[in-house]
Structures are given as structure tokens and as C-alpha cells.
Design a binder for this molecule. Structure first.
Ligand code: G3P
Ligand code: MG
Length: 252
């Protein structure tokens, strides 16, 4: 059982996740979505991590935010057009600083092992390349369902088709719908997809939207919260979790 009384109470209520979640492993302190970033987030006391999961051409699930490789690796082009054998050799750390030269793109399976070994939870955002949502959702769900060491996972996506495919593949995985805004029909979509949570941009959370989501029985989370006043505002609205880049500032 968790030593943290808030976490223990949340787990008892069917929501085992901590309030603070490290965005892309460690926000901006390390090269996003790498194991080095996860290690930094963990050293800062974080016990839950958000990450972005996508597919290689041959169906390997690995971590990368962008469709293209240029910003965070020494590769070029669309990640989805390359086999894992090519992606696995890329440097995903040098862009961030000399200390991270040689850091690799991690497979989702490695990240699961990292978290499971440390008793941490994982928020896997399914990040499909255009037109690839169903394949991506299916493969992410397969990897999570096959994990050697299961752990508390929250599966999320902006792409309903990815969540639908994941739900079909592994119905038992906890799902959350990502939203930039609360546009018409969002609640029906969340219900249709069997989501227990809605994860919205922090500016989208108001007294009204927090009340609507709460009344629908949904857990409420916000991304990406990097400001003290905003964190306080969202906490006062009763949100269940905040995703942040500032792992050296907000103490979980
Ligand atoms: O999952 C929340 C957040 O990560 C969504 O935005 O672009 O940082 O993946 P993005
Ligand atoms: Mg993300």
C-alpha cells in the first residue's frame, strides 16, 4: 500500500494515480520521451509520467512526440516511414545537450519496465501519424496488455479512432480523452469511448467545465501546467491531476 495517504485514498476509489505527472518524462530538464528524462523526473520525486507513443513502419511502439524526426533526433523525415532497425540507431539526446549524447529512442516496452521496476504509473498518449490512428491504438494496447510487469496505466489520445481501437484490443485499460477545448459533443465522445477521464488544456478548465465533467463522473486532468497561479486555480477547481514540465519546481 502507498505511504502517501492521498494516493492510498485515490487508489481505494479506483484511481491509483498521483496528482502530479511529469510531462514527456521530465518536461524540459532532459531530452523529452527518453529514459534519461524519465530518470530525471524520477529523481525529482515524480511517480507518474506522461509520454508520447507512436509506431515505426514495421509496427514497433516507441516514444517520440513529433511526426518527424528532425527536432529531437539526428534523423530526418517521417518516423512512420522508417523501420525500427533504422530508428533504433538514432541519437535522441544530443539536441538537448552534450550530457545526453547517445541517448536512444526508447521502445514503449522499455519504458513500462522502467516504471514497473520503480512502482510508478504511466500515462501513454497515443500519438498517431496522420491516417494511422487505429493501427497505433491497437499496437499500443497490445504492448501494454503484454507487459511482463503490469503497472497502473492511463491511456490517452486526441484521436478517438486510436482510443476506440485500443478499447477493442484491450478493454480493461483505463482510458482518458485528450481535449484542447470542450467543443460540442465531447462528453458523448468520452462516453462512447468508455473513458473514465478527460484530460484538457489548462485554459479549457473553468468552473463550468469542471462541474460538467465532475457531474458526468469523469476524472479531470490538465496539461501542461507550468505556472504557480494556474496550478492553484486548477487545484481549487477540484482537478484530479496536473501534467507539468516543471519537475524541478512542483514537488509531487
Ligand atoms: O498528454 C498531454 C499532452 O502531452 C498533450 O500535448 O503535444 O505535449 O503531447 P503534447
Ligand atoms: Mg503528450
Amino acid at each position: 500500500m502507498s505511504a502517501d495517504p492521498r494516493r492510498a485514498a485515490a487508489a481505494a476509489a479506483g484511481w491509483p494515480y498521483p496528482f502530479w505527472i511529469a510531462h514527456r518524462g521530465a518536461g524540459r530538464l532532459g531530452p523529452e520521451n527518453t529514459l534519461a528524462a524519465f530518470a530525471i523526473g524520477h529523481a525529482c520525486g515524480y511517480r507518474m509520467f506522461e509520454c508520447d507513443a507512436r509506431l515505426s513502419a514495421d509496427g514497433e511502439v516507441f516514444l517520440l512526440h513529433d511526426d518527424r524526426l528532425e527536432r529531437t533526433t539526428n534523423g530526418t523525415g517521417d518516423a512512420v516511414s522508417q523501420p525500427w532497425s533504422a530508428l533504433a540507431g538514432l541519437d535522441a539526446g544530443a539536441w538537448h545537450g552534450e550530457a545526453f549524447v547517445g541517448e536512444r529512442l526508447p521502445r514503449l516496452a522499455e519504458v513500462i519496465d522502467f516504471c514497473a521496476a520503480r512502482g510508478c504509473s504511466l500515462n501513454v498518449e497515443i500519438k498517431p501519424a496522420p491516417g494511422d490512428a487505429a493501427r497505433n491504438g491497437r499496437r499500443v494496447a497490445e504492448v501494454l496488455a503484454a507487459a511482463r510487469h503490469p503497472l497502473p496505466v492511463l491511456l490517452s489520445s486526441f484521436a478517438p479512432a486510436a482510443l476506440a481501437a485500443a478499447a477493442e484490443t484491450a478493454p480493461g485499460l483505463t482510458r482518458g480523452l485528450l481535449l484542447e477545448t470542450f467543443s460540442a459533443g465531447w462528453m458523448d465522445e468520452a462516453r462512447r469511448l468508455g473513458c473514465v477521464a478527460v484530460i484538457a488544456a489548462c485554459a479549457a478548465w473553468t468552473t463550468a467545465t469542471a462541474a460538467q465533467a465532475g457531474a458526468a463522473g469523469l476524472r479531470r486532468l490538465a496539461y501542461t501546467v507550468n505556472d504557480d497561479a494556474e496550478a492553484e486555480r486548477l487545484r481549487a477547481l477540484g482537478l484530479d491531476g496536473l501534467i507539468t514540465d516543471r519537475v524541478d519546481h512542483f514537488r509531487p
